[in-house]
Design a protein around this ligand. Structure first.
Ligand SMILES: [Zn+2]
Length: 319
């Protein structure tokens, strides 16, 4: 039906969160180029953690209050820093990233433990020292009748509309630290290498998705969904094939690989789905003190030769 768009979608001027040939609801193969041929696409279905979420190096952000502008790309509400700098950043095990913009999707794009949430946010960053890569700090939201999200509170009564993609609403002194305020735990998160979730779907994103949802009120959700303007279909791309990529964030299942495994004969170990620890043995040299690699190895959920070939960036003008 909308297949003519596929050819436009190959190399549009669209950038992360930009307009371009984005169409919803998402239909397989409608978006062309890397969206169609890539092997490290996003979003993905984030895994069910059979042994619980792992406690990881806490994400640290230095955001603060800054002048910003709100706009609508036609498919996303976006708030962009007027002047991104290296000082406005977050730090994770994979690097340091400077904040550029945050935007929202109606329905979550990533699913967590098979669950889809009614809204998600992606704060997009450029990797410091490697401008060809991005870091996204994403959250999903769930409704709580008593908890307002403080970041949304500062913008949700003044949102742009879908039909106007040119207006920029000035917002002075937006407190981006409030984006983190609703996050109850910055030590539980998933990471993996993926892509932009809109054309051109460039495979150059270090994804960080918080394991625990952020709470917002029904009224806040309703306002954002109304502003996004696609309430009948949503503005999300569904999970894409993992293709052997490694997702970190689950605690390792410890049954079965070492000599003294008989100690944990818990009755719940009946269905060890065997993919969680099948390939941690090679690098898991009994509590080596290289915390990064040991943690990565033990937290690997689906490991295999990750192909994440970093495609030459096709993103010309940022955001
Ligand atoms: Zn997004």
């Amino acid at each position: 039906m909308m297949r003519t768009l596929a050819f436009v979608a190959g190399f549009p001027v669209a950038v992360y969160g930009g307009s371009g040939a984005v169409s919803y609801p998402y239909v397989d193969d409608t978006w062309g180029g890397v969206c169609k041929t890539g092997t490290a696409q996003s979003p993905i279905a984030l895994p069910q953690c059979t042994a619980g979420n792992s406690k990881r190096a806490e994400l640290a952000a230095s955001y603060g209050s800054h002048d910003a502008e709100l706009s609508h790309t036609g498919h996303a509400v976006k708030i962009s820093l007027k002047t991104p700098t290296d000082a406005i950043k977050f730090v994770s095990p994979t690097g340091t990233y400077k904040l550029v913009q945050c935007h929202w999707h109606d329905d979550s794009e990533h699913t967590i433990d098979g669950k889809k949430y009614p809204l998600c946010a992606h704060c997009v960053h450029e990797k410091i020292g490697d401008s060809s890569r991005y870091g996204v700090l994403g959250v999903v939201y769930e409704v709580d009748s008593t908890v307002e999200d403080p970041f949304l509170k500062s913008i949700v009564d003044n949102l742009p509309v879908k039909t106007d993609t040119t207006t920029k609403i000035d917002k002075a002194g937006v407190n981006f630290t409030n984006y983190l305020a609703g996050m109850t735990n910055l030590s539980n998160y998933y990471t993996y290498a993926g892509s932009l979730t809109t054309p051109p779907c460039t495979e150059a994103v270090d994804w960080h998705v918080l394991s625990h949802p952020v709470k917002l009120t029904q009224a806040q959700l309703d306002k954002m969904v109304a502003a996004l303007g696609h309430s009948a279909t949503g503005t999300f791309r569904p999970p894409q094939p993992l293709n052997g990529r490694v997702v970190l964030g689950c605690a390792a299942v410890t049954t079965g690989t070492t000599a003294n495994n008989s100690t944990n004969s818990s009755s719940t170990a009946s269905n060890t789905s065997s993919n969680a620890n099948s390939n941690t043995t090679s690098s898991n040299t009994s509590s080596g003190n290289n915390t990064t690699t040991a943690a990565q190895a033990s937290n690997a959920v689906a490991a295999a030769p990750a192909v994440a070939a970093v495609v030459a960036l096709l993103v010309p003008a940022l955001f």
